[in-house]
Write a protein that binds this ligand. Structure first.
Ligand code: DCP
Ligand code: MG
Length: 361
């Protein structure tokens, strides 16, 4: 086998991002259990919680009511997306000092390929240290970094010693690291896949490795191939700079198939709320909404609708979705998966206008 030159990949993720920005800008919030998003009257959901609040079990996407039950003295603030976007640009400018190969995943997270770095530092660990120091000194915030030879391992590594962590997983450590890793930490393994793997006796990477590629493909389709390689530390996905996001979607596979339309609408509403959060994080709004329904017999349909307005709230998206749903023939159908996607983004359309070579037609 011809081995490729090892890459040097860094994954950076800001610590308790929204909450840390609020604590930085409002000193009276420092050291306090704080939730950004949600409200003290119990309505809405928490976008993120300060580490002081996490000690009590408060987490992202938790209802305010539940968060308050866990932490009576929890403080709430409203999110300030314009400030988070500004900080996001500032961290990107710091990354740019070292490499142009930057792939942002959200406002607070990015992959960097520093195999060749602009300053000739040569060591990915030293670069990660320098980036963390610049974020601390210049922006008054902390980030965690993961350093390895591929994206998947770098991302897991950045999460390993949060907050303010720096974790390096070198080539010789990758295989043992993956062997002990719980299966639900693997990239692409959601709750339903994790459940299925557990029912096959797979709880860790080591147990996943006992299955042949064909067996995994048979059980998990195309993802099976991906899992087979992933658990062997083989992840060649490149760091893709300036990714133009064309659509953002969210879907859920249910442990038991849904039978009632009311239940399906309830799940669709939850998906729209989650989608709204994702859109906020990426500052996106789009005109086309797509509903995806996969039935118990694995057939699937998708239905789309394009509005004249740009949409970015759960309310507006859900309205389009209910309309699409009411036109689908759901009689006697059982549903195993529902998905909601939004596309035709405002900024992508602008970009196409400004860069004719990006035009797809
Ligand atoms: N976010 C959100 N809703 C979620 C998850 C996250 O609105 N369900 C927002 C708030 C977070 C930001 O995105 O501050 C970044 O998400 P992370 O998952 O990186 O979480 P944090 O940065 O808050 O915490 P951590 O220190 O665990 O990275
Ligand atoms: Mg983060």
């Amino acid at each position: 086998m011809v081995s490729e030159k090892a890459r040097k990949i860094i994954h950076i993720d800001m610590d308790a991002f929204y909450a840390s920005v609020e604590q930085r800008d409002f000193p009276e919030l420092r050291g306090k259990a704080l939730a950004v998003g949600g409200s003290p009257d119990g309505r809405g959901v928490v976008a993120t919680a300060s580490y002081e609040a996490r000690k009590f079990g408060v987490r992202s996407a938790m209802s305010s009511r539940q968060a308050l039950q866990l932490c009576l003295h929890l403080l709430f603030t409203r999110p300030r997306f314009d400030v988070y976007r500004e900080v996001s640009h500032q961290i990107r400018a710091i990354f740019k000092r070292y490499t142009d190969l930057i792939e942002p995943l959200s406002l607070d997270e990015a992959y960097l390929d520093v195999t060749e770095d602009k300053q000739g530092i040569g060591s990915a660990i030293e670069i990660a240290k320098a980036i963390k120091a610049a974020i601390r000194d210049e922006l008054g915030l902390t980030a965690s970094a993961g350093v390895s030879t591929n994206k998947f391992i770098a991302k897991i590594a950045s999460d390993y010693q949060k907050p303010d962590g720096l974790t390096f997983i070198g080539p010789s450590k990758i295989v043992p690291f993956l062997e002990q890793l719980p299966i639900d930490k693997f990239f692409g393994v959601g709750k339903v896949t994790a459940q299925k793997m557990k029912s096959m006796g797979i709880h860790t990477g080591k147990e996943l490795k006992e299955f042949t590629e064909n067996e995994l493909i048979r059980r998990f389709g195309k993802s099976g191939k991906f899992f087979y390689h992933m658990v062997r530390g083989e992840d060649n996905r490149p760091v893709k700079p300036n990714r133009i996001v064309k659509s953002i979607g969210i879907e859920d596979t249910f442990e038991t198939d849904l039978k009632e339309e009311q239940e399906m609408l309830k799940e669709l509403r939850v998906l729209c709320e989650k989608l709204e959060k994702r859109l906020e994080g990426k500052a996106k709004q789009g005109r086309t909404v797509t509903l995806k329904i996969k039935f118990a017999n694995f057939t699937q349909i998708t239905r789309s609708k394009t509005s004249v307005f740009y949409l970015n709230t759960a309310e507006d998206i859900f309205q389009q979705i209910t309309d699409l749903f009411s036109k689908a023939n759901m009689k006697d159908k059982r549903v195993r998966l529902l998905g909601v996607t939004i596309s035709n983004f405002y900024d992508t359309e602008l970009e196409k206008l400004n860069n004719p070579q990006l035009r797809l037609f």
